[in-house]
Design a protein around this ligand. Structure first.
Ligand SMILES: Cc1cc2nc3c(=O)[nH]c(=O)nc-3n(C[C@H](O)[C@H](O)[C@H](O)COP(=O)(O)O)c2cc1C
Length: 191
């Protein structure tokens, strides 16, 4: 399996980092793109350097590398995830503005009929955000908000992050044990 993973400038870059680590552990090929805004936010939110993250990807590209292989539909991939996805990037994709490698690769993913999963992180959502999400959903994009559940009794930030990452993996049929399903929680608690 070969996925494109973009990390954009929303709070929650840890979701992209964790997803990259899990994909790396599972020997799934990744094409990593980190936006300029995401690079700034990483300094506040995670300890890892950009170079450390890049080492966990198979290929990595800068957001301005519009001539990268993944800019073309002729290069096969199994889909793309943007985690976290800023409202700016979400809006660009919704409106067909392919002005950097992230939005271009998303446009290509859609035109080739491949799976595109966006993990938006913003609150509250305004009318424009919601309209863009409806537009994307109608185009076949999976909107998977960064909203962890609490029914599995998370004990740490890592548990919360793993829930969302698990949900992303499920979109691509990738098996994991990052959180306990409701069925298992029910069994354990005897509901
Ligand atoms: C500390 C910080 C946190 C931010 N958090 C969010 C956020 O959670 N969601 C969002 O949509 N934008 C957020 N932004 C704004 C985006 O970074 C900004 O719109 C940027 O242009 C996004 O660019 P990109 O999509 O190319 O990464 C944040 C900015 C900063 C500096």
């Amino acid at each position: 399996m070969n996925l494109i993973l973009a990390i954009t400038g929303a709070s929650g870059v840890i979701y992209g980092k964790k997803l990259l680590e899990v994909l790396n552990e599972k020997n799934i090929q990744t094409n990593l793109i980190i936006s300029s805004a995401a690079k700034k936010i990483m300094k506040f939110e995670i300890d890892d350097s950009i170079e450390e993250l890049k080492k966990k990807s198979t290929e990595n590209y800068g957001p301005d590398e519009l001539d990268a292989p993944i800019s073309s539909g002729s290069v096969p991939t199994d889909g793309m995830v943007i985690a976290p996805c800023s409202m700016k990037t979400l809006s660009s994709i919704s409106n067909g503005i392919s002005d950097n490698l992230i939005t271009r690769a998303a446009d290509v993913t859609l035109k080739e009929g491949r799976k595109l999963v966006l993990v938006p992180r913003e609150t509250p959502l305004n009318y424009i955000h919601l309209k863009n999400m409806i537009n994307l959903s109608q185009a076949g994009v999976i909107i998977l908000p960064a909203t962890p559940a609490f029914y599995h009794s998370p004990k740490s930030t890592d548990d919360l992050v793993k829930f969302v990452v698990g949900k992303i993996l499920e979109q691509f049929g990738i098996e994991h044990n990052l959180y306990q399903s409701w069925e298992k929680v029910e069994e354990k608690n005897g509901f």
